[in-house]
Write a protein that binds this ligand. Structure first.
Ligand code: ADP
Ligand code: MG
Length: 252
């Protein structure tokens, strides 16, 4: 569904992405993990066309994304930090988004609007919202147009435990509907319940990209946090993973 081929990106002297090649298929929930600054957000943004790579290509349904913008309407994106005009009310933001998409025939998905009780907050200006409420707005918008791909950058950051559970249930529901879901998170236990695959970035390079089942078998660990800790504490082993990466990512 989405293919990134040999993506590299530098900001000045900093190589943020180094030759990243991955294939992301419908029906998968891919956890993109790695230390702060390892390039997760930049990688996500290249898939959305928000960051243009220095070299390499991104294909969406076998089409180069640089030649078209329409593919974006098939992606629901929840940014790591949502920036909204401070004076705009939540209601106005939703109306504006619906208006922009008014030709789209899709039925609106208001599951999260309802579960997060956002209608009760509709008259609040976005500038007055707490970080967590802003996250809820961003999440509800990402799912609103029932997109076939969801790209969620640190979706549970700043959410209270109940809201976090609500969002995770929604992600699971959309996974069952066969969507492709990409999630970055620092909360390994959240990803444990959701992810089918793990893409591990370090210093902009893919350290491994494997199914959760493979990783658990390989390490003998059951929890994703332990799996990652074990792989990253064995430099030689993770080096081997780099070599098998292209092969295994092609097979997924
Ligand atoms: P992550 O999401 O894994 O924490 P990012 O992709 O946000 O990492 O950032 C990777 C590195 O690239 C960081 O060192 C960050 O400071 C740098 N970076 C990201 N965007 C820009 C930009 N627009 N200009 C300059 N440096 C950037
Ligand atoms: Mg980030």
């Amino acid at each position: 569904m989405i293919r990134a081929e040999a993506i590299s990106k530098s900001f000045g002297k900093l190589n943020v992405l180094r030759n990243v090649s991955v294939r992301l298929d419908a029906g998968r929930v891919v956890a993109v993990i790695g230390p702060n600054g390892s390039g997760k957000t930049t990688f996500i943004k290249t898939l959305l066309g928000m960051v243009v790579p220095d070299s390499g290509t991104v294909l969406f349904d076998n089409q180069l994304i640089e030649k078209q913008h329409t593919y974006r309407s098939q992606i629901g994106y929840m940014p790591q930090i949502g920036h909204y005009p401070a004076n705009l009310k939540i209601r106005q933001l939703f109306e504006m988004m619906v208006d922009v998409r008014k030709n789209a025939a899709t039925q609106l998905d208001e599951d999260l609007v309802e579960a997060f009780h956002l209608k009760g907050l509709f008259e609040k200006p976005l500038g007055t919202l707490s970080g967590g409420t802003k996250q809820k707005v961003s999440a509800a918008l990402a799912f609103l147009f029932n997109p076939s791909v969801l790209i969620l950058d640190e979706p549970t950051a700043g959410l209270d435990p109940l809201s976090s559970e609500i969002l995770k249930e929604k992600i699971q529901k959309e996974h069952q509907n066969g969507k492709l879901i990409l999630i970055t998170s620092h909360v390994m236990s959240d990803l444990d319940e959701l992810a089918t695959d793990v893409l591990y970035l370090q210093d902009g390079s893919v350290q491994f990209y494997k199914t959760i089942t493979e990783l658990k078998l390989e390490t003998g660990e059951n929890k994703l946090g332990r799996v990652v800790a074990q792989l990253m504490s064995q430099p030689r082993k993770s080096h081997q993973n780099i070599k098998t990466l292209e092969f295994s990512s092609l097979q997924i």
